[in-house]
Write a protein that binds this ligand. Structure first.
Ligand SMILES: [Fe+2]
Length: 515
């Protein structure tokens, strides 16, 4: 076992949670593991660097006592003989998940990998390294996605996404939902009614990941991930529950831990997390990645470090006390992460593009009201002051060659980000591409979206009609974004549609509709 994993086990012991999780998954509710299948959730990879990546799997718990040894192998594409191999323990304390951090690989290359334990072999996965920082790079293609509520739709989007062979998937939050939807909207059962424990969160990930289309998308390329609220609880801010849940602190630790266990994240993430959880319950998942000279990706956590909302969420009025203004010091990212982003944009200013992946809609949908409103307190609209600071950073370090991608709203929203967020005559500094969802319902009519579009002059597309994902093709001079659509409610695999194609030219910065 690696030093880091040993350290992790010790830390779990220090938190008094080692006794949790020994029952494993598959024995509960509707998601029974097929007998004899040791790898019922398939394989996954992620957190790529120029010399390695994280490989992930989770064993079925049946018949295991405490821990199992898992062998892993990495291959050149199509090769039969491994170029790297090893063994790692999958302990009950991690829910029998393993995270192998492979190093020593060549940059900008595809690899294959597989696991074996107790005579069973996993499916063979594909993953890749990225080009080293600064190395001339002409192409990058990725898909961005968010919000995959299990019970209200199928994951058809992933069947199409896999065929597009992206370099990686950028997942922007709401990988799971902590509770089931209204039964009248369900097309299949939700794995857990309402998550209240670590076991519940583990069952959620197991249930969601048992979907063959999601599993396959994890198998074919690495994922970069961040979370939003539903990985713990709807609309929580920092360490505050939106519904004054007395058990929220415990739930948050359980939700964060299950997230780490099931995502292809590095041990340093969890070590930082556990150190943080002892002190002030922080799990640092924000991170950055350089893709050669072409792009620097900043993956934010705009959920965990927020200043609480100014008013209770059910307060619908626009009382002065509820209105954020641009001059205040309220935090969306927290001071530390905000400084980290500023430094990262500055250091990455030699990259052709900067791409900021974050959870929620960035630009306002209430332009005429200026800063004096609270229409979307859970989004950046609730933090116009913090948004203003981020815009200023982009303007300083990477103007007109920055893209902001987001999730959360379950609708397509494309907009220009202006230097002054409430004045479209001010220069454009970036372009925003938010949504739609993989399966979660839109929750807003197209008529309302048409109205939004009409009153928000920075907005290019406002559409609530489709589920799907975005495909982004980055080249040094121009980035093309294709908004893909799929009917997630269809019983059999529906065709792939395209809502729009846009481009952003480096130096121009704005989103231009080209088809
Ligand atoms: Fe969502």
């Amino acid at each position: 076992m690696s030093v880091e994993r040993r350290q992790l086990l010790k830390m779990f012991a220090g938190l008094g949670v080692t006794s949790l999780g020994a029952s494993g998954f598959g024995a509960r509710r509707v998601f029974a593991t097929p007998a004899g299948d040791r790898f019922p959730l398939g394989v996954a990879s992620g957190s790529p660097s120029s010399d390695g990546f994280v490989l992930w799997t989770r064993l079925a718990a049946q018949g295991l006592r405490g821990a199992a040894n898992v062998a892993w192998k990495v291959f050149e594409e199509g090769a039969a003989t491994p170029i790297a191999s090893g063994e790692q323990e999958a302990p009950a304390e991690f829910g029998y998940t393993i995270h192998v951090e492979v190093t020593g690989m060549k940059p900008d290359r595809w690899y294959e990998y597989e696991f074996a334990t107790m005579g069973a072999a996993s499916p063979r996965g594909r993953t890749r390294t990225v080009p080293a920082h600064g190395v001339a790079t002409s192409n990058m293609r990725f898909a961005y996605a968010s919000c995959q509520r299990f019970d209200v739709g199928q994951y058809w989007a992933y069947a199409h996404m896999a065929r597009e062979e992206p370099d990686f998937v950028l997942f922007l939050g709401d990988y799971i939902y902590e509770r089931r939807a209204n039964a009248k909207n369900a097309v299949r059962p939700h794995p857990v009614r309402n998550a209240r424990s670590l076991e519940d969160y583990r069952d959620l990930y197991a249930g969601y990941r048992s979907d063959p289309l999601l599993q396959e998308m994890h198998r074919v390329c690495p994922w970069l991930v961040t979370w939003d609220d539903h990985e713990v609880q709807n609309n929580y801010t920092g360490d505050l529950s939106d519904v004054a849940d007395p058990d929220f602190q415990t739930l948050r630790v359980a939700g964060y831990r299950a997230y780490y266990e099931h995502m292809p994240l590095r041990a340093r993430t969890m070590i930082g997390a556990l150190e943080g959880l002892k002190r002030d319950a922080r799990l640092r998942i924000y991170d950055r990645l350089d893709f050669g000279s072409l792009a620097r990706l900043h993956l934010l956590d705009a959920r965990q470090y927020r200043t609480p909302p100014l008013c209770a969420p059910n307060r619908k009025d626009n009382a002065a006390a509820c209105v954020a203004d641009e001059a205040s010091t309220r935090q969306m990212l927290g001071a530390v992460q905000e400084r980290w982003l500023d430094e990262g944009l500055q250091q990455g200013s030699d990259a052709a593009w900067n791409i900021i992946g974050q959870q929620t809609r960035f630009t306002t949908d209430a332009y005429p009201r200026g800063e004096a409103h609270r229409s979307s307190a859970d989004r950046w609209d609730g933090y116009p002051d913090a948004r203003k600071r981020v815009i200023a950073m982009i303007e300083r370090h990477a103007p007109r060659r920055t893209l902001i991608v987001g999730g959360d709203i379950h609708r397509n929203w494309v907009a220009d980000v202006h230097a002054d967020q409430f004045d479209v005559s001010s220069p454009v500094v970036a372009a925003e591409f938010t949504g739609t969802s993989i399966s979660s319902l839109a929750g807003r009519s197209q008529k309302a979206m048409d109205r939004d579009r009409a009153i928000n002059p920075h907005c290019k597309i406002a559409n609530a009609e489709h589920r799907g994902y975005g495909l982004v093709h980055v080249t040094p001079e121009e980035t093309r974004i294709t908004l893909r659509t799929v009917d997630a409610r269809a019983q059999t695999q529906p065709p792939l549609g395209t809502l729009a194609q846009l481009r952003v030219r480096r130096g121009q910065g704005k989103a231009e509709l080209i088809g």
